[in-house]
Design a binder for this molecule. Structure first.
Ligand SMILES: Nc1nc2c(ncn2[C@@H]2O[C@H](COP(=O)(O)OP(=O)(O)OP(=O)(O)O)[C@@H](O)[C@H]2O)c(=O)[nH]1
Length: 337
């Protein structure tokens, strides 16, 4: 009998470190002469995280929407196609940071009806600082989404612990434990962890799924929930009910028409309003030779010089909640003037 291909779902809120973990995991498998493949979902119209993945790794991109709703229906087919085409040894599904993993779990389950896959683990990357700050308002949509992501996990990586005092870690672990009693919690900086965990069975995915589904705002406390029996047959109406866990997240993708000045761009990023907490892009500057991959997460900025093999657009994606899009567009346009 053909062996089922292990699938790992990587989830976690925006900017928590999923791609950082993914690139480490891919290196780990390649060093062992195994063939990983990736299904990557991005909210923006371009796959910027994909630029960080070795181009030899087979990758399917699902762009311009969140895997858990707009593109969920396609997930099973995309996964099947990726496996049929490349015969990988292991597959990683990286969700958008806004995805409710319950829906993604459903998508992978759909795939298991079409092809031999086994969901081996759901790994939730938690940004220690953001989790700590968002926990102050446990009723906020963002915190509830983070909580859903934690409930679903068979393993939890408490990442970015360099940004919180050690005393805070004990409190955060206790908070996570309230949401998920069983998943091991691994503290990390830049997702530096023992990667052999990917080879181990990550605990019962089904048990986490049931638990998370019961607590999900869509099913448990959902103001608009109308699930009759917690079955996973989604009617059009309850499919809508699932959307509200992340509909507050806004995305704007800006394509630059001309190279821009690097200092002016940095200054613009420096004065972004708090409501824009995540941004990334590929940028051509008028004052540098190479293009740069740019990352911004919660006031931390990073520029990596890149040498793309093919022609890539000059583009930036901005993600946040209730921000003034018109103002951002005007500021970006001013850079191009
Ligand atoms: N200080 C600090 N920064 C980190 C750590 N891990 C990752 N980062 C940075 O955080 C930013 C976001 O990391 P990613 O791995 O792209 O996060 P992501 O979860 O894939 O982001 P989305 O796909 O947008 O949801 C990058 O600039 C990383 O270099 C960490 O442990 N500490």
């Amino acid at each position: 009998m053909k062996k089922a291909i292990p699938v790992h779902i990587l989830t976690g809120f925006l900017g928590s470190g999923k791609t950082t973990l993914l690139t480490r995991a891919l290196d780990y498998y390649k060093l062992r002469s195994m063939k990983p493949a990736v299904l990557m979902n991005e909210l923006g119209e371009v796959n910027l995280d994909g630029m960080l993945v070795d181009e030899e790794v087979p990758m399917t991109e699902m762009l311009g929407g969140c895997i858990c709703c707009t593109v969920r229906g396609d997930l099973g087919m995309e996964l099947k196609q990726l496996i049929d085409e490349h015969q990988p040894d292991v597959v990683f599904v990286e969700c958008t940071g806004a995805a409710n993993p319950i829906e993604v779990l459903d998508g992978v389950t759909d795939a298991s009806l079409l092809t031999e896959v086994e969901l081996q683990s759901v790994i939730t990357v938690v940004d220690a600082l953001q989790f700590s700050e968002r926990a102050v308002n446990a009723k906020s949509k963002t915190f509830r989404l983070m909580a859903d992501q934690i409930r679903c996990a068979t393993r939890i990586i408490l990442n970015k612990i360099d940004l919180v005092p050690p005393t805070e870690l004990t409190r955060l672990e206790a908070l996570i434990r309230e949401l998920n009693e069983v998943a091991p919690i691994i503290g990390a900086v830049k997702c530096e962890i023992d990667l052999s965990l990917f080879d181990q069975q990550g605990g019962s995915v089904e048990a986490r799924y049931r638990e998370a589904h019961q607590h999900s705002e869509a099913c448990g406390h959902g103001e608009t929930c109308n699930h009759p029996d917690h079955s996973h047959e989604h009617s059009a109406e309850d499919a809508h009910a699932h959307h509200h866990s992340h509909e507050h997240v806004m995305v704007y993708t800006h394509y630059f028409q001309v190279p821009i000045d690097s200092e002016q761009f940095e200054a613009l990023i420096g004065r972004l309003p708090q409501e824009i907490y995540r941004a990334k892009g590929i940028l051509r500057f008028s004052d540098t030779v190479n293009p740069f991959l740019f990352q911004y997460a919660y006031r931390e900025m990073d520029f990596i010089k890149i040498t793309p093999k093919e022609n890539v657009p000059s583009v930036a994606v901005f993600i946040g909640e209730h921000f003034d899009k018109a103002r951002l567009v005007a500021e970006l346009a001013a850079l191009e003037a």
